[in-house]
Design a protein around this ligand. Structure first.
Ligand code: AHR
Length: 663
């Protein structure tokens, strides 16, 4: 099945061809009809797609520094190493208490002798990123077996073994209890490790061995990496789709994402393998598991924090069709549907309800006000339609106001797409609110498809452009890069999404995060390592669109036609009724300077001064990097406005966003 995915990818990417750009003309005169509103831009228009791929959650945004903290990986000691100084006789044995605690089966029993020199080291996720002067919070569940004799010395060490932070905890008694201790790091180190040295004579049981930075997003204990969330917040996203992606489906149904197992106390959240663990032979990541420290409560909270509508996607009774494609028989689908009903109660129900109470118990009595729910990820075939109808019936009966998102599979064209698109649009016995389309395509596809939605049915279901990214080599190729050519081409396409905002109500680039040393899929919007993070040119494009959304679409025309590639230019325009501004987005994909004029009809007056924010590079292969994170980043200057005309000199290969006050 995996081969089928790669085969399909190869077909889909076969349209890749060298980049060519039309020769540009100068002195283009565009007309903007500022009083001819064509569509309302939904507040959800530009949003985020989050998936735990590329160590996006564990090892990424979830700030836990200890890998395999609860010994639940398939190989229980993965990430851990025993330390034995000369003559040491201590030992650690993995215990399994599945019968009494199936969600958190394992712990380790450590035997310690005085002055023994036996210890354990955790390697972190490709090391631990530690910052000088910052506080780190260690915690562990522990119980003594004999007496109260074993204390734990906890150390952060750099690769040379130098201690850069230390503390001690002393477990007491024979009941499981949590012990905490904090300390300050004395050095910055991207590749630190954690040592635990038992001291004294006795036996101690340890579980959930954890280390978090004190400084997290909103300073939440055991929370999220602040720098990574900040990059998301800066985009002012309209929605946050979670938790994926293929991980929703799982390789097998047993390995699917089950939201109910991701809430409540973290030690009770049952870990499973991450679907990306062995997905690509060329990017094997055998230590990739889902601890669910970032679970559904935290996803809702994150959405709220960054002002995004929460958009959960649930498994619809189908495992990933690129893998096993396992199906839940129709007569056994009810628990899956019940999960969806219960999720809505968890998000929106009063604290008197079963699931609303669980939300309140986790610290959020107010509802999360969820409005959207995705049924399935990239499914295809009539099995999907059958299952979707069953979900739709039950959900409409109880929650008619929740908007449902359906899939058209992994590709934006081809047999599977056509079947689902036609069937969903002609279905009489179930409602279809929003259809999710995915396009992982060559940069030129994005430029050539800026008109994709011009002829879509204005009265049919709305579109969620749920996953897209220019693939500079081929889908899922490890050689794809986040180049300016890819980003600029996406911008050209996005003007088409915006022009069609009456049909397209949501759009998100995918995937979102990638750890530089632990990724499976490229390109990605934001790259991180243990200490740093940066936005790619694609991030900059997403951000410039999202932070310049406007409220209503108005026409911008060249020779009376929409600007969809003439002379290499692509344009869209909105007005913002809240700030009374005109917002023009113009992408010059040509290699020419274009001296352009935008004649604005339908306004009494335009302010004499406006601003233009520009993203550009002379080099189409330009990327951002840890060393040069701002190689492609916005610059702003003033534009001259005279007699309701905006003069703009568009540089080659540029994305230009103009804002001018109207009256
Ligand atoms: O974004 C990476 C993957 O691409 C997603 O998990 C899946 O939905 C798509 O095939």
């Amino acid at each position: 099945m995996k081969n089928k995915f790669l085969a399909l990818c190869a077909v889909a990417a076969s349209a890749l061809s060298p980049v060519t750009f039309s020769n540009a003309q100068s002195n283009n005169v565009y007309t903007v009809k500022a009083n001819e509103v064509k569509a309302t831009v939904q507040p959800t228009m530009w949003g985020l797609f989050f998936e735990d791929i590329n160590m996006g959650a564990d090892g990424g945004i979830y700030a836990e520094l200890v890998k395999n903290r609860s010994f639940e990986f398939d190989t229980p000691m993965m990430g851990w190493k025993e330390q034995k100084k000369e003559g040491a006789t201590g030992k650690a044995l993995v215990h399994n208490r599945e019968a009494i605690n199936p969600a958190n089966r394992r712990y380790i029993r450590v035997e310690s002798k005085p002055g023994d020199g036996y210890g354990l080291t955790n390697e972190g996720f490709r090391g631990m990123g530690i910052k000088k002067g910052e506080q780190y919070n260690f915690s562990v569940l522990a119980r003594q077996q004999q007496g109260n004799n074993v204390a734990l010395t906890v150390e952060l060490v750099n690769p040379d073994g130098k201690v850069i932070g230390t503390t001690t905890v002393t477990p007491e008694g024979q009941q499981w209890k949590e012990y905490k201790a904090s300390f300050t790091a004395t050095e910055t180190e991207p590749k630190a490790k954690l040592n635990i040295w038992p001291k004294g004579e006795g036996t101690v049981d340890l579980d959930m061995i954890s280390l978090f930075p004190q400084h997290t997003w909103k300073e939440r204990p055991n929370g999220l990496r602040a720098d990574m969330v900040q990059l998301l917040a800066d985009m002012k996203p309209g929605f946050l789709r979670f938790p994926g992606g293929c991980i929703v489906e799982g390789r097998t149904l047993d390995e699917r994402f089950q939201w109910k197992k991701t809430i409540g106390p973290v030690e009770d959240r049952e870990l499973i393998v991450n679907r990306w663990n062995t997905e690509f032979n060329h990017r094997l990541t055998p230590d990739y598991f889902q601890s669910f420290g970032l679970g559904f409560f935290e996803y809702f909270q994150l959405s709220e924090d960054i002002g995004a509508e929460p958009l959960p996607i649930l498994n619809c009774g189908m495992a990933c069709q690129f893998n096993t494609g396992e199906l839940v028989p129709m007569d056994q689908l009810d628990p899956f549907i019940q999960d969806a009903l219960d999720l809505i109660e968890f998000a929106n129900g009063s604290v008197e309800t079963t699931w609303g109470k669980k939300r309140a118990d986790m610290g959020h009595p107010e509802p999360f006000n969820m409005k959207y729910l995705g049924v399935g990820n990239e499914q295809w075939g009539e099995q999907y339609i059958e299952r979707y109808k069953a979900f739709e019936k039950a959900l409409t009966e109880k929650y008619p106001d929740i908007k449902l998102i359906t899939t058209t599979g992994p590709f934006p064209d081809g047999e599977e797409f056509e079947y689902l698109n036609t069937t969903l649009r002609s279905m009489k016995d179930a409602r279809v609110d929003i259809i999710d389309e995915h396009y992982y395509r060559a940069p030129e596809w994005f430029r050539e498809n800026a008109t994709r939605y011009d002829n879509y049915d204005r009265n049919g279901p709305k579109i969620f452009a749920g996953e897209y990214a220019s693939q500079t080599v081929a889908i899922a190729s490890p050689d794809n890069k986040n180049t300016w050519n890819g980003a600029m081409s996406e911008a050209a396409f996005m003007t088409g999404l915006e022009r069609n905002a009456d049909v397209v109500v949501m759009a998100s680039y995918a995937p979102l995060f990638a750890h530089a040393e632990a990724w499976q899929w490229t390109p990605d919007m934001i790259w991180v390592d243990n200490l740093r993070s940066y936005g790619t040119p694609n991030y900059q494009v997403q951000k410039i669109f999202s932070t310049n959304k406007g409220t209503h679409v108005v026409p911008v025309l060249l020779n009376n036609e929409a600007v969809t590639g003439q002379n290499g230019t692509f344009a869209s325009a909105t007005i913002d009724k809240n700030t009374n501004e005109l917002i023009l987005k113009v992408v010059n994909t040509s290699d020419k300077d274009l001296a352009s004029e935008f004649v604005v009809d339908g306004v009494k007056k335009l302010n004499k001064k406006g601003t233009v924010t520009v993203l550009r590079s002379d080099n189409l292969n330009q990327e951002n990097s840890f060393a040069n994170p701002n190689a492609v980043s916005p610059t702003q200057k003033q534009v001259q406005v005279k007699d309701k005309k905006v003069k703009l000199n568009m540089q080659p290969y540029s994305v230009n966003v103009v804002r001018v006050k109207m009256s």
